[in-house]
Design a protein around this ligand. Structure first.
Ligand code: GLU
Length: 330
């Protein structure tokens, strides 16, 4: 008989650890339940894997920080280096799950599965998706098919890769999508099926996974809209941030009053990524030329992930051409 895979769960809080006063009301507090209590709701999972659970932190994921990411990454690296662990599941608030997943995807130098999941309804609600999502995440982490796929997010029976996944709904259960390319696979009953592979560099091949940085540079996101003035952009230049991700309109477009400001920022060695408010498609050269502006196109990365990639890129280089290359391949 095949030995069961050993899956370690790191619980960080969120709605999956949430508790409400009643099982029907919408009011609840995230980060209230311990992972071992949630695991008791899915005893059948013990037939699939040998499970250990650890409460790493217990917070709403809107409160996650770069310091916690780095601590989590150190923790995961320690576990995956050991023969005692075949895969990791991270339970996480859904608000920023896509950011934590993408950060880990770039910084974990192992091909063993790392799978994040969360829920949109607290585990105390009748309509909870928490136990089912946790069950599926453990299935995905236990599957040999998940090895080498990079960090994954699973929710509502879908499997997403960290590069493409976005939270797209405030409260609905079907809250996750990869708007450009779709899920990489599905959980069908007890089967984990992958439909497509992803070309972007991750985990073992990631240049950022060699050594963990001590901290991350200051990169901010500015969101564009009709009639935007340059007040916040000016403030970022004055504050000497390391980078700005401009969530532009359409194909990463930047209004005319900003063009001279972009030049000024570049003179001060502040890197500018042109990202987009759109959830679908890639930011590429179009109305604007990155060559002429000295900017970096975000490709298919949504602004909050372009921010992470720029932060990590700046830990190894300050060279514009190298950073553009990084945005092509990661
Ligand atoms: N805002 C909380 C968080 O992201 C709860 C939302 C959720 O987990 O669905 O942790």
């Amino acid at each position: 008989m095949n030995k069961k895979p050993k899956i370690h769960i790191l619980a960080t809080g969120g709605t999956i650890a949430g508790a409400g006063e009643t099982s029907v009301g919408a009011v609840y507090e995230p980060g209230k339940m311990n992972i071992n209590d949630i695991l008791k709701l899915i005893p059948a999972i013990n037939e699939i894997a040998d499970i250990s659970g650890e409460q790493f932190i217990n917070i709403g994921s809107q409160d996650i920080t770069a310091t916690l990411w780095l601590k989590l990454a150190r923790h995961i690296r320690k576990y995956l280096a050991s023969d005692e662990v075949d895969g990791i599941v991270i339970t996480h608030g859904t608000d920023t799950i896509e950011e934590t997943a993408y950060f880990l995807n770039l910084i974990i130098p192992f091909s063993k599965p790392v799978v994040l999941t969360g829920s949109m309804r607290p585990t105390t609600a009748y309509s909870t998706d928490g136990p089912a999502n946790l069950f599926n995440a453990i299935l995905v982490a236990s599957s040999k098919n998940s090895i080498g796929k990079g960090v994954l997010v699973t929710a509502n029976e879908k499997i997403f890769n960290a590069h493409g996944v976005s939270k797209i709904a405030t409260t609905h259960i079907d809250a996750f999508a990869d708007c450009s390319y779709g899920p990489v696979g599905y959980v069908n009953g007890a089967d984990v099926e992958f439909q497509r592979s992803v070309k972007k560099i991750h985990t073992v091949k990631s240049v950022f996974a060699k050594t963990l940085p001590k901290s991350l540079p200051e990169v901010v996101i500015l969101y564009s809209y009709a009639g935007i003035n340059t007040m916040l952009f000016d403030a970022c230049i004055k504050a000497q941030v390391n980078g700005i991700v401009f969530a532009g309109t359409g194909n990463g477009n930047v209004p005319k009053p900003f063009l001279s400001k972009v030049k000024k920022a570049r003179e001060k060695n502040i890197h500018i990524v042109r990202a987009s408010r759109m959830l679908r498609g890639e930011v590429v050269t179009g109305e604007l030329s990155d060559e002429k502006l000295g900017t970096i196109a975000s490709g298919a990365l949504i602004p909050q992930k372009a921010k992470i990639l720029l932060q990590l890129a700046l830990t190894i280089t300050n060279d514009l051409l190298q950073i553009r290359e990084i945005f092509k391949y990661y």
